[in-house]
Design a protein around this ligand. Structure first.
Ligand code: PLP
Length: 279
């Protein structure tokens, strides 16, 4: 379930990616990770493992890996633990699903995209480190014109990633939080989860639709009986053309399915009904 960007990032770093098998629901578990680490150890490659990446809200299915088990295992082996909560992280503020993120606090690094579930404009990604010390050592650049900044004790974002110049991307999030308050975020995200749950129930009861039960958070995967990949594509194009919704077909265990991801409370019950009727 890891996002495609993990593979590309690893490739840029000249690192090899070892994909750990997921469980039957599509989640990364500590048991599977332990098995992979044991295989690497038998191959004398365990010492080469630099990081374990887990996802908290997979793009395709909204699944949250076993963060506690995986994080503990990574810690036991002294391996960096990165959690990709780009999509799912916003839902941390919803009490009803907070427990499913248990273990996220073990992350050495964590990303959350405020431009996804926190309603700020593109592009805003929050990158958080548990212990920034080694990070600044890795990213601080030596240049005569930077010396003064490097010696300053003031926190500077350029010491936490490889790009130096940047816009103040966090300002829209800060401003929105200051204006609306975190309660408004919690309430809105609760509404989104509630709407997703109701839509899941409607799809599960529909005579010609089959819900893929493993999907979570605000992602809904389902198949439409009798449809081939082409039909899913056509429907998605029509929804876009008619301004109903931006939906894209996806796949689940090799089969083409429809994927809905609800990130907008304006997709109310009426619009959901229109979507279902159109199907
Ligand atoms: C889990 C996850 N990680 C990373 C990304 C990449 O985020 P961005 O499109 O902001 O680069 C996405 C995008 O959907 C995602 O869902």
């Amino acid at each position: 379930g890891a996002h495609s960007s993990i593979i590309v990032s690893a490739r840029l770093l000249d690192l090899h990616v070892v994909v750990v098998a997921s469980d039957e629901t599509g989640r990364l578990t500590a048991t599977a990770l332990a098995r992979t680490l044991a295989e690497l150890e038998a191959d004398d490659r365990l010492q080469q493992v630099v990081a374990v990446v887990a996802v908290a809200g997979s793009t395709n299915a909204g699944l949250i890996d076993d963060l506690a088990g995986v994080g503990q295992l990574a810690r036991r082996h002294d391996i960096w633990f990165h959690v990709d909560a780009a999509y799912g992280g916003a839902f941390l503020c919803v009490p009803s699903v907070r427990a499913t993120f248990a273990g996220i606090e073990l992350a050495d690094s964590l990303i959350i995209d405020p431009h996804k579930g926190l309603f700020v404009p593109y592009d805003c990604c929050a990158l958080l480190y548990a212990n920034p010390g080694p990070v600044t050592a890795a990213f601080t650049q030596d240049a005569s014109y930077l010396e003064q900044i490097n010696q300053s004790q003031q926190c500077n974002p350029m010491h936490y990633a490889f790009h130096l110049s940047r816009r103040a991307r966090g300002v829209p999030l800060w401003f929105s939080l200051a204006v609306y308050g975190s309660g408004a975020y919690r309430h809105t995200l609760e509404q989104i989860l509630d709407l997703s749950a109701r839509l899941r129930t409607r799809i599960a009861c529909h005579p010609r639709l089959t819900l893929i039960p493993a999907c979570g958070l605000s992602v809904i995967l389902f198949r439409r009986e009798g449809w081939q990949a082409r039909d899913y594509d056509d429907w998605a194009q029509r929804c876009l053309r008619d301004g109903i919704a931006l939906v894209v077909p996806s796949s689940w265990q090799g089969e083409t399915v429809m994927r809905l991801c609800i990130m907008n409370t304006r997709l109310d019950e009426q619009r959901c009904e229109a979507l279902l009727a159109d199907l």
